[in-house]
Design a protein around this ligand. Structure first.
Ligand code: PEP
Ligand code: MN
Length: 349
């Protein structure tokens, strides 16, 4: 059950609902969105139904959500969520493109990739300072120095940036550099990390876990929303199957399914899904064809010398044609590419 408060509801109105629910033996999770507050009720639904909640001041609506995830469910917000990032909107109305190096390796490499992405028409840059690597001997990222280079990528191009946060202890630092914080596949069920980014007033990209079901993925998003942050972008990045020729198997059915189940936008990462450069463009086109709200791709000025994920990185000259292809597919669906930034606000807020 979800209580949707009116946009004019006061703190006292919210507290009154919480008290009533708790007195009835339930738990109430208050999620304050930009426009309205939503209260998720956990406990015996029949007892909640018997309460005089609909008549309370500030209460707009009571919605029964017959799913384990509540705040991110379509039922609690029939209008799809739109997430502003810089001057771009991640939404179902347009397709956005995120591009950049998998890892920030050097200033020169990262800035070259950023310039390529900008020139090709990307809306948001990616670049990681902290890497979650399968091998402890593999390049782990430049940490704070990587974030400083990320800030240069942002300043030089005027594009917003997304970067991964690995640990709860880094959330504040990463949030002071990033326009979107990314939770990687391996951390999808790091519930304490989800709670921490849920306390921010900043968009979060949540990648699907390597072996996560769609329900587990949405439950992970619920952890973020439950803390009050509803600015969540889901990212499908392939799941582990028995097929070894691709790094993962891209689950394109997740896109239209998530659109039915949730109001959140969902994008696709064909680079980590396939692990193979030559598959990135076809999968990106397919992702847009099934309705993805955006794509995120790895690019590198010299993929053969990349310290991380070189085989899947697009070469500089491949980025423009990829975006042109995506635009054509989007157009066939009656959707444009997303609009461009009208300037960045200061990060750190
Ligand atoms: C990434 O996007 O760089 C990444 C590590 O992807 P994933 O978490 O999906 O493996
Ligand atoms: Mn990678």
């Amino acid at each position: 059950m979800v209580v949707v408060m009116s946009p004019k509801a006061t703190d006292e109105d919210v507290a009154r609902v919480v008290d009533m629910v708790e007195d009835a033996g339930g738990e109430a999770f208050v999620s304050r969105g930009k426009h309205r507050t939503i209260i998720g009720l956990v406990g015996d639904t029949e007892r909640f139904v018997a309460l005089p909640l609909p008549g309370l001041p500030g209460v707009d609506e009571l919605i029964r959500v017959g799913k384990p995830f509540k705040l991110v469910a379509t039922e609690s917000r029939p209008e799809p969520s739109e997430i502003p990032v810089g001057g771009t909107l991640i939404s179902r109305r347009a397709v956005c493109v995120i591009a950049g190096p998998c890892a920030i390796e050097t200033e020169e490499q990262a800035l070259a990739a950023a310039r390529t992405a900008k020139a090709a028409g990307a809306h948001i840059l990616r670049g990681d300072a902290y890497k979650h690597r399968t091998s402890p001997y593999a390049f782990q990222g430049l940490a704070k120095r990587g974030l400083e280079i990320l800030a240069e990528m942002r300043a030089e191009t005027g594009l917003p940036v997304v970067t991964e946060v690995l640990h709860t202890t880094d959330v504040e630092l990463v949030a002071s550099y990033a326009d979107i914080l990314r939770i990687g596949a391996r951390n999808m069920q790091n519930f304490q990390l989800l709670r921490e980014v849920g306390k921010l007033h900043k968009p979060v990209m949540l990648k699907r876990g390597l072996s996560a079901t769609i329900e587990e993925w949405l439950m992970a998003a619920e952890y973020i929303a439950q803390q009050g942050n509803q600015e969540i972008v889901l990212c499908e990045r392939g799941i582990r199957t028995y097929e070894p020729m691709t790094r993962n198997t891209l689950d394109l059915s997740a896109v239209p399914l998530v659109h039915r189940l949730s109001h959140l936008p969902v994008i696709v990462d064909p680079s980590h899904a396939s692990g193979r450069r030559e598959l990135v463009a076809p999968l990106a086109r397919a992702a847009v064809a099934v309705g993805a709200d955006g794509i995120m791709v790895d690019i590198h000025p010299h993929p053969e010398t990349a310290l991380c994920d070189g085989p899947q990185a697009l070469r500089s000259e491949e980025v423009g044609p990829l975006i042109a292809d995506i635009a054509a597919v989007a157009q066939a669906l009656g959707k444009p590419l997303a609009g461009h930034s009208h300037g960045l606000s200061a990060v750190g807020g």
